[in-house]
Design a protein around this ligand. Structure first.
Ligand code: LLP
Length: 402
C-alpha cells in the first residue's frame, strides 16, 4: 500500500481500505461453513460505507443491521432483502414498521414487550413478521467488558425460559412467524470454548422447540470473531465453524454468521499527518491532524492499534513520544510513550487495524470534518467518501438564519 501517494492524492486524515483483503476474508469464512447452508451477514456497523457493503453484497453477503438506517444502507448497496436481519435492543415503532414493509429476512427480537409490539404493528399493516429471538445464553466471552454481550448482566437478548415463552407466543400469533434464533456473546472473541458452549445451549433450545412443533430454520451465531491487533492468539475460521457445527447434530438449519471486525478490521488503515512536535517538561508530543473524533477506539477502550511513523528525518533519533490530536481533550491520543523517530511536519503516521469501528464511530466533535475514505482494489485506488466540508457540518442547523 503506497500511503505517501494516497495521502498526496486525497489529503489527510484519510481512511484507506484494502478491498482485496476484505474479499479474501469473506471467502475464507464462507468456506469454513461449507458443510452447511450458510449466510454470511456482514455486520454493517463495523464499517457502514455503502461501497464496502456493496463489495460484500457482490460476493453474496447478507447484512446484519442495528437500525433502520443500516437496513436502508444494505438495500441501497444491493444486499438481497432476504439476507437482511434487523437486530437491536431498542427498535422504534417507525423502524419496525419500515422493516416490515421492506420485507427483509427477519427482525431479531430482544424482549417480550418488543415481540408484542411487532405483532401489533404487523397486524395494523397487514403483514406477517418473520422473527428470530435473541437468546442470552449467560456465557462469559472473556473479552473487553464494553464489547461483551452474552451475560445476563448485559442488556442484550432474553434468557432461555423467556425465549421459550416468546416462541410459543409467536407460534400462536397470526402475525408472527418465528423462523430464527440468534445469539451473540461478544466482540473480539479469541477463545473458542465460550462460543461452543453458547452454541450448544442455543441448539438445545432449538431441539426443544422442535418437539413442540416450532421449526427454527435459521441459526444465527452472531459475529465477534477476533482479529490480531497486537499478539492475540486467534481462533481459526475453520475451528470456529467446526465448534458451532459440532453442536447442531440432527438439526436442519441454515447458519447465519454476522462478522464485522473479522472481515474489515485488518484491511483498514488510518493515515494522519504530523503537524508539529513539541516538548512539555520531559514529555515529547507528536501532534497530528487526525484525532479521537476520527478514531475513538484508542481513547474509548484503551485499544491497541499498531502505529507506523514514516519519518523523513535522516538517521532520526528515536525516543518516547505521545501521539496526540488537536481535539480539546486529554483523552485525544493515539499512543502514549511509544518509541518514535523524530519527525518533520508533513510526515505520515499510519494506524493499522482501523477498518472496523473506525470511521463508523467517528464524529464531528470540535466541528471537525470527517475524513475521506478510499478503496484500493486490484492495485487501483478510488474515493468512496469525499472529505466533509464545513457546509456539510452545518447543513442541518436552521434556526440561526431567522
Ligand atoms: N452481531 C451483533 C448482534 C453485534 O452486536 C455485533 C457487534 C456484531 C454482530 C459484529 O461484531 P464483530 O464481528 O464486529 O465483533 N465498537 C466496538 C465493537 C462493538 C461491537 C458491537 N456489536 C469496538 O470498536 O471494538
Amino acid at each position: 500500500m503506497n500511503f505517501d501517494k494516497l495521502a498526496l492524492k486525497y489529503g489527510t486524515p484519510l481512511y484507506v481500505y484494502d478491498f482485496d483483503y476484505f474479499k479474501n476474508r469473506f471467502k475464507k469464512l464462507k468456506k469454513a461453513f461449507k458443510a452447511r447452508k450458510s449466510i454470511i451477514a456482514y455486520a454493517v456497523k463495523a464499517n457502514s460505507n455503502l461501497s464496502v457493503i456493496k463489495h460484500f453484497s457482490l460476493l453474496g453477503s447478507g447484512a446484519d443491521c442495528v437500525s433502520i438506517g443500516e437496513v436502508k444502507r444494505a438495500l441501497l448497496a444491493g444486499v438481497d432483502k432476504y439476507k437482511i436481519i434487523f437486530s437491536g435492543v431498542g427498535k422504534r415503532d417507525d423502524e419496525i414498521k419500515e422493516a416490515l414493509s421492506k420485507d427483509i429476512l427477519m427482525i431479531n427480537v430482544e424482549s417480550e414487550a418488543e415481540l408484542a409490539k411487532i405483532a401489533e404493528i404487523a397486524k395494523k399493516i397487514g403483514k406477517i413478521a418473520r422473527i428470530s429471538i435473541r437468546v442470552n445464553p449467560n456465557i462469559d466471552p472473556k473479552t473487553h467488558p464494553y464489547i461483551s454481550t452474552g451475560l445476563h448482566e448485559n442488556k442484550f437478548g432474553v434468557d432461555i425460559e423467556t425465549a421459550k415463552k416468546m416462541y410459543i407466543f409467536a407460534k400462536k400469533s397470526d402475525f408472527l412467524n418465528p423462523i430464527g434464533i440468534h445469539f451473540h456473546i461478544g466482540s473480539q472473541l479469541t477463545q473458542l470454548e465460550p462460543i461452543r458452549e453458547a452454541s450448544a445451549i442455543v441448539a438445545d433450545l432449538v431441539r426443544s422447540l422442535k418437539s413442540i412443533n416450532i421449526d427454527i430454520k435459521f441459526f444465527d451465531v452472531g459475529g465477534g470473531l477476533g482479529i490480531r491487533y497486537k499478539e492475540e492468539k486467534l481462533i481459526e475460521p475453520y475451528d470456529y465453524a467446526q465448534a458451532i457445527l459440532s453442536t447442531l447434530s440432527g438439526l436442519d438449519v441454515t447458519i447465519i454468521c454476522e462478522p464485522g471486525r473479522f472481515l474489515v478490521g485488518n484491511g483498514g488503515y488510518f493515515i494522519t499527518k504530523v503537524l508539529y512536535e513539541k516538548v512539555n517538561g520531559d514529555k515529547r508530543f507528536i501532534i497530528v491532524d487526525g484525532a479521537m473524533n476520527d478514531l475513538i477506539r484508542i481513547s474509548l477502550y484503551k485499544a491497541y492499534h499498531k502505529i507506523e511513523v514514516l519519518s523523513s528525518v535522516e538517521n532520526a533519533e528515536i525516543s518516547k513520544a505521545n501521539i496526540v490530536g488537536p481535539v480539546c481533550e486529554s483523552g485525544d491520543f493515539f499512543a502514549k510513550n511509544i518509541k518514535a523517530p523524530k519527525t518533520n511536519p508533513g510526515d505520515l503516521i499510519v494506524i493499522h487495524s482501523a477498518g472496523a469501528y473506525g470511521f463508523s464511530m467517528s464524529s464531528n466533535y470540535n466541528t471537525r470534518e470527517r475524513a475521506a475514505e478510499v478503496a484500493v482494489e486490484n492495485g487501483v485506488d478510488r474515493l468512496i467518501r469525499r472529505r466533509e466540508t464545513f457546509e456539510d457540518l452545518i447543513s442541518c442547523e436552521i434556526d440561526y438564519l431567522v
